[in-house]
Design a protein around this ligand. Structure first.
Ligand SMILES: *[C@@H]1O[C@H](CO)[C@@H](O)[C@H](O)[C@H]1NC(C)=O
Ligand SMILES: *[C@@H]1O[C@H](CO)[C@@H](O)[C@H](O)[C@H]1NC(C)=O
Ligand SMILES: *[C@@H]1O[C@H](CO)[C@@H](O)[C@H](O)[C@H]1NC(C)=O
Ligand SMILES: *[C@@H]1O[C@H](CO)[C@@H](O)[C@H](O)[C@H]1NC(C)=O
Ligand SMILES: *[C@@H]1O[C@H](CO)[C@@H](O)[C@H](O)[C@H]1NC(C)=O
Length: 557
């Protein structure tokens, strides 16, 4: 160093500086090119209930398919990986926002067949149990719906959407972990081993399949192949439909070929509800969209300004939430098929005057059930949700169901299709049932335009728990500033249809104590079925979250 010349020092310093500047430049360049934080995507994403099905959806997008192509492929796959949740024997609601911001709802949930069991509602369960049996089967709308949305928005050939699922159904799937866990539940195990579902879900010894087994659907693979080739008509007017009707009749059901032929997809404008600077697009009744909007609109007045809440603020926030949910329970009977009740409707649920009137009734304590006009009933569970955003800005929020776990456990051996038990959705929420009517639902696939110009595509499953799960995810994320992942992972408070409050494991115990002190009746339950899947585009980056409660994993690129 002693004989080191000053110019050399200068030179080294200069080189060092240039190096540092280069590193900074490189970092900035990488940020601009990559742009998005790790775990998010630049172009498109799919959030389904399982990795395999999110991947099936993504593979459609990567082959040039639209978000609708991706959603259909992901759902067909879900009918194999989570056959308890949905399938082509059920129905769906798709909320679709096109690039220019127009939002349409495609409702193809099941409807009541022409002939159905007399006094059907006398069979309704009075406590928390499944509605098993063929009397609950509604006309399946799933494939007619896929056909309509594919015609409107599809970019890949129809048959292409079935490829991943036909391969899985025939080649077999390593027992999906969530399904394995469900089948190991003694209650579910009993139901499956004692039903025709055992044909596909049991081993040689008539015990349910478990971890390490291979799940196969050879008959459904054939059915899907025929539908891929011949279109939805193969079911609604063709041989598959005839076979399905034969099996339903063998199981004591009333569906006829005429019912399948008559099925119509309902296409409507979404209802758009402002929540401050947020616009929420919801499916109209008989979906649960209006109840979700009602709760969020009530809550808008009760959200603390600061983002990090202390325990008293949390108690206050959840108290108001629970009160809003209790009033929403009292409004459940406002949700019905508008085609059958033209004189009444659910418009008041999104009317600011009515919302203000109810908000004024929310006090600093809780009240007797009559205060909220609640007619106690029983709760429902089941369903799946897929959220998709594609490169062209098409957004699809799709909730699909066969209603309860494995529907009413009626399996059609001739077609491999599991039938829905959707008609039990009338239980506790209607006094009559009419042919062609659609039962009321909690399903609420929604799309929100956020304050920052982003797009949140979100929905949930878990029957009656859908409303709480989606409402709290939106509150946690858009109003309390949690990341989408944390917002969805947060344990929920669920107000059941008797206005008891149920807290998901992990819910803050100090907050529970505070809520008990305000008079809320807290009931323990081991059963939580709430699952939320969402995709959000903000600042050019796409975050995709599949709920870990159902062991879901999203996919994107
Ligand atoms: C979006 O939908 C509206 C209404 O159907 C239509 O007028 C518009 O052209 C659509 N935009 C695109 C990009 O498809
Ligand atoms: C299945 O359930 C039993 C209890 O009912 C439990 O002991 C066992 O560990 C479970 N197996 C798996 C694979 O979850
Ligand atoms: C199976 O179902 C039949 C008819 O409902 C019932 O009698 C029987 O007890 C059930 N068996 C089991 C193991 O649940
Ligand atoms: C409950 O929330 C409060 C406020 O955020 C926090 O201080 C406390 O540690 C939490 N308690 C538990 C048991 O998580
Ligand atoms: C609740 O509100 C009433 C009147 O609105 C007030 O008198 C009472 O002190 C409040 N109670 C609590 C615990 O804040």
């Amino acid at each position: 160093m002693a004989n080191c010349k000053p110019w050399l020092v200068c030179c080294l310093v200069l080189v060092g500086l240039i190096g540092a500047v280069a590193v900074v430049c490189l970092c900035i360049a990488l940020l601009v090119v990559e742009g998005c934080p790790s775990g998010s995507f630049k172009f498109a994403a799919v959030s389904a209930d399982s990795r395999i099905c999110s991947n099936a959806g993504r593979s459609m997008l990567q082959q040039g398919g639209s978000a609708v192509d991706g959603a259909i492929a992901a759902l067909l796959c879900t009918s194999l990986v989570n056959p308890q949740s949905m399938g082509i024997g059920g129905g769906s609601i798709f909320t679709i926002r096109n690039k220019t911001g127009n939002v349409k709802v495609y409702n193809f949930r099941e409807v009541v067949p022409k002939s159905f069991k007399a006094n059907l509602l006398n069979d309704c369960p009075v406590s928390f149990r499944m509605s098993i049996g063929s009397q609950w089967i509604g006309i399946p709308g799933e494939l007619r719906g896929y056909e309509v949305v594919h015609k409107q928005y599809g970019r890949l050939p129809w048959a292409k959407l079935f490829e991943p699922s036909i391969q899985l159904a025939r080649g077999g799937i390593e027992m999906p972990p969530y399904l394995a866990k469900l089948l190991n539940n003694s209650f579910v195990k009993n139901i499956v081993e004692n039903s025709s579902l055992c044909k596909i879900l049991c081993n040689k010894n008539k015990n349910v399949l478990g971890k390490g087994d291979i799940l196969k659907f050879p008959k459904l693979a054939e059915t899907m192949e025929t539908i891929a080739e011949k279109g939805a008509d193969a079911l609604y007017t063709g041989k598959i439909g005839q076979d399905l009707i034969k099996d339903i009749k063998d199981a004591g059901g009333t569906l006829e070929m005429e019912d399948l032929k008559s099925f119509q997809v309902r296409v409507e404008d979404a209802w758009t509800v402002p929540l401050g600077n947020i616009q929420m697009h919801i499916p109209p009744p008989p979906s649960g969209g209006a109840l979700l909007a009602f709760i969020l609109a009530l809550m808008k007045g009760f959200i603390p300004k600061q983002k990090s809440l202390d325990v008293y603020q949390k108690i206050g926030m959840y108290h108001h939430y629970i009160e809003a949910a209790k009033f929403a329970n009292g409004q459940k009977r406002s949700i019905f098929d508008p085609q059958f009740n033209k004189a009444k409707n659910a418009n008041h649920l999104i009317d600011p005057d009515f919302i203000n009137h109810i908000r004024a009734k929310i006090t600093n304590r809780t009240h007797d059930i009559s205060y909220y006009s609640v007619k106690p009933s029983s709760d429902r569970f089941g369903t799946t949700h897929v959220s998709v955003l594609d490169e062209d800005g098409l957004a699809v929020s799709a909730t699909s169901t066969i209603n309860e776990i494995f529907g009413g456990t009626v399996y059609s051996p001739r077609t491999g299709i599991i039938l829905n038990n959707e008609l039990s959705d009338f239980c506790g929420r209607a006094d009559t049932v009419r042919a062609g009517e659609q039962p009321p639902s909690s399903m609420t696939p929604v799309i929100l335009e956020t304050e920052s110009g982003g797009l949140l595509v979100i929905g949930g499953s878990g029957g009656s728990m859908i409303t709480s799960a989606v409402a709290l995810s939106i509150i946690n994320h858009l109003w309390l500033g949690m990341t989408l992942k944390d917002a969805i992972a947060m344990p929920i408070a669920f107000v059941d249809s008797k206005n008891n409050v149920k807290f998901e494991p992990g819910f803050n115990t100090s907050v529970i104590d505070g809520l008990k002190a305000l008079g809320h009746k807290v009931v323990d339950t081991p059963y939580f079925f709430n699952v939320v899947n969402a995709v959000e585009k903000d600042n050019g980056c796409i975050a995709a979250i599949s709920d870990e409660r159902k062991m879901g994993v999203p996919a994107g690129y």
